[in-house]
Ligand binder design. Structure first.
Ligand code: BGC
Length: 735
């Protein structure tokens, strides 16, 4: 006892000293940072003081498709931008949309947004960010136009594949990881599209009307996290209008929310050709005009007309200075004035390719596996039928602005041949044919998509009969999942439903793989086909990843980042008839009930719920508890659980923590995602997982007081592995 007390005292002193030093170091780092910031601001002021008005304005509009002029005499370099978000786009001609035909711009192509979100693994978003940053630097780019983080509001949204999810929390976690990593490579992100760009139909003229509450709870959190947590250096204003004003000149969005509330100090740029005025846009906080459809760059809104507006006193010069400061700030942050110490970049290294593979492999969602038909034991079978246009189609090079000139793209058929062709006979049949021969992304691409080709189906049935196992690669392509156009319906195109039904009748050992980036109707096949795997657009490693999942080398661990409805009219915007709006106005009448918030609150059974995905192994969740029962409003809820891999394979489960507020003065969704973690477990292994939720994150936005409100009372924490499979609950109360 006597010996113990002095020992404890010493430990206490050591701990206090350590804490002191940690705080001291953190404090010093903070002081250094603010010194650097003030030096940087001083340099910015000095540069601006030496500029003519013409020079200032030259920094506020492009001088070509993707560049903004520098000012040589002041040592200010040209700013180079490139499209993303899932790869660095090939070099485009300075003054037209043609490709420059470089030989050094073949990039790593990652699986697009919905696939990345389906991994539910922010670490992979971070890895992607690092690769994109390195490749952007290799190409001497300063800004990469991504991530795309708009909410998936309708299954038909043309850009759903580029975006991430219907849930703002999942979007936030993935976006913050992507942004921090990418920017650590001295490249700025451009978070797009600010804001409420949730459809492509009339995207450049539609006026979005949404309640303040839904705006704050659903459409804004991703952007808020991207700016306040991710520290995004640039933001891209969307094409659409928001409550009557274009996003690029919307005082409320750009001054009040982005600048004032989020404290954004970077560059707000237009989308390409999304500027409409000079004075209004300038006063409401826009900094940079890109892509305007006027040949003479001097005649753009933020060129000579801006100089004139300043001269006429319509725009104070201080407003121009503020914009120039924002541009210079991004240049400093990305070390454009410090080339010697700037990231040099790398292109398409094996590490980059591995990162693309990992994302594709972790994204695949196993939707159904009756009779455990998957994984396929390729050592035990003699033949396999590979059917479907998507077995051989490459997708990286399509989708419009996000198209990537991939260094290579492995198709599923190529990968299966390469991995198993030596021992297994592979019988290929096309099964269905893509109808359009237009460049993908044309509005005519979706024409004739209900065409059923019986000749191709009969060929497919024949090879199915002759094979031990059948794998059909179906789904969509970028005639459907594309910028500029929404899908016309949610159907599987080109008679695929009939194909899948007929083939399964011929050989019940059939697996369907859906290659798509947005919801499609599976009602015609779920009861007929035993196994369904959703493999997304898998980027350049698509084939290798899906082959490894099918063979069991990799255990599927992806989860749906959106609800998969049985039919379109189940989904909120369509149930209420407000997509894509009338007379160029779209009212978001479903309000806060977007995605699973609608399905769960209204008790509508979807085809497959948000967060859902199976594995080749099994997991159980146990010992779910919180550190306290009663919390104050500023507390953090520390929740804990045990998860066990009960099967015989290594695998990963995404534990999802939803919260509901059963008694509230306003309507609250049945449940909302507040925390999640992807946990990797060996067979038989158990891990303890900690999930934290701030009590303040249980708030709703109160329109009356214009503030966030946590009402005292009971909340239910619901733990599960999809929004519809809750296995444990804990009640807590807030004082
Ligand atoms: C898209 C943007 C893209 C830009 C430049 C626009 O049409 O909406 O996302 O970054 O073009 O290609």
């Amino acid at each position: 006892m006597n010996i113990l007390i002095p020992k404890l005292k010493t430990i206490k002193i050591i701990c206090s000293c350590m804490l002191f030093f940690i705080l001291l170091i953190a404090g010093l780092a903070q002081a250094q940072q603010s010194l650097n910031n003030s030096k940087q601001e001083e340099k910015i002021r000095s540069l601006i003081s030496r500029m003519t008005l013409q020079e200032k304005v030259s920094l506020l509009h492009a001088n070509s498709k993707f560049y903004v002029s520098g000012i040589k005499r002041l040592g200010i370099p040209e700013l180079a931008l490139s499209d993303g978000p899932h790869g660095v786009r090939a070099e485009i001609n300075r003054h037209d949309w043609g490709y420059s035909g470089w030989t050094t711009d073949s990039a790593t192509c990652f699986p697009p947004g919905t696939a990345l979100a389906a991994t539910w693994n922010p670490e992979l978003a971070s890895k992607q960010g690092l690769v994109l940053g390195e490749e952007a630097r290799f190409r001497k780019k300063d800004v990469l136009l991504g991530p795309g983080i708009n909410i998936i509001r309708s299954p038909l949204g043309g850009r759903n594949f580029e975006y991430m999810s219907e849930d703002p929390f999942l979007i936030s976690r993935m976006a913050v990881a992507y942004i921090k990593a990418l920017q650590s490579k001295d490249v700025a992100v451009s978070v797009k599209h600010w804001v409420a760009n949730n459809q492509e139909t009339h995207r450049d003229s539609v006026d979005v009307q949404v309640s303040e509450r839904a705006f704050r709870e659903i459409y804004l959190p991703g952007f808020k996290a991207a700016v306040t947590e991710g520290g995004a250096y640039t933001v891209m204003a969307a094409y659409n209008k928001f409550r009557g004003d274009w996003c690029s000149e919307n005082e409320y969005l750009n001054r009040q929310i982005l600048r004032k509330e989020f404290g954004f100090k970077g560059v707000l740029m237009t989308d390409w050709a999304a500027a409409h005025t000079t004075v209004k846009a300038a006063l409401s906080g826009l900094d940079l005009e890109m892509g305007t459809d006027i040949k003479d760059y001097n005649e753009w809104y933020f060129a000579n007309p801006l100089i004139k507006a300043v001269e006429e006193g319509k725009v104070p010069v201080s407003v121009v200075d503020e914009k120039v400061a924002n541009v210079l700030r991004v240049m400093f942050k990305t070390r454009m004035f410090d080339e010697a110490n700037r990231e040099k970049g790398k292109m398409n290294t094996p590490k980059h390719q591995k990162a693309a593979y990992n994302s594709a492999a972790e994204a695949a969602v196993l939707l159904q596996n009756k009779g455990n038909i998957l994984p396929v034991n390729f050592n035990k079978i003699k033949s396999v039928a590979i059917i479907g246009d998507n077995a051989t189609r490459k997708h990286c090079g399509a989708g419009l602005s996000s198209e990537i000139k991939a260094l290579y793209e492995i198709t599923p058929l190529e990968a299966i041949k390469q991995k198993f062709g030596a021992s297994v006979k592979i019988n290929f049949a096309q099964g269905y044919e893509k109808q359009s021969t237009f460049k993908e992304g044309s509005n005519r691409g979706q024409g004739n998509s209900d065409h059923v080709d019986w000749k191709l189906i009969q060929e497919a049935v024949k090879v199915a009969r002759e094979s031990d196992v059948v794998i059909i690669f179906g789904g969509l392509n970028h005639d459907f999942d594309t910028e500029s156009f929404d899908k016309q319906n949610m159907d599987l195109p080109y008679g695929q439903e009939v194909l899948m039904q007929e083939v399964t009748k011929a050989n019940p050992n059939t697996v369907v793989v859906i290659v798509a980036g947005s919801p499609v109707k599976l009602a015609g096949i779920v009861n007929r086909v035993p196994a369904i795997l959703w493999s997304w657009y898998g980027g350049m490693e698509a084939g290798n990843a899906v082959a490894d999942i099918l063979s069991g080398k990799v255990n599927p661990s992806g989860k749906l980042p959106f609800t998969l409805p049985v039919a379109l009219d189940q989904s909120p915007a369509h149930a209420l008839g407000n997509f894509p709006g009338k007379d160029l106005t779209v009212n978001y009448e479903e309000d806060i009930l977007v995605g699973y918030r609608w399905f769960d609150t209204k008790k509508i059974q979807p085809q497959f719920p948000f967060g859902y995905g199976l594995s080749y192994t099994g997991f159980v969740l146990n010992d779910f508890s919180t550190d306290k029962k009663i919390y104050e409003k500023n507390d953090v809820i520390h929740a804990k659980l045990a998860i066990k891999n009960t099967g015989s394979r290594y695998g990963a489960e995404v534990v999802q923590l939803y919260v509901s507020d059963p008694v509230s003065s306003v309507l609250r969704p049945e449940k909302e995602l507040k925390a999640f973690e992807k946990v990797f477990l060996q067979p038989g292994e158990t891990k303890t997982v900690k999930l934290d939720v701030k009590v303040s994150d249980l708030a709703f936005y109160d329109e009356e007081t214009k503030s966030w409100k946590v009402e005292a009372g009971e909340f239910v924490l619901q733990l599960g592995n999809s929004s519809r499979n809750i296995s444990k609950t804990v009640k807590i109360s807030v004082k």
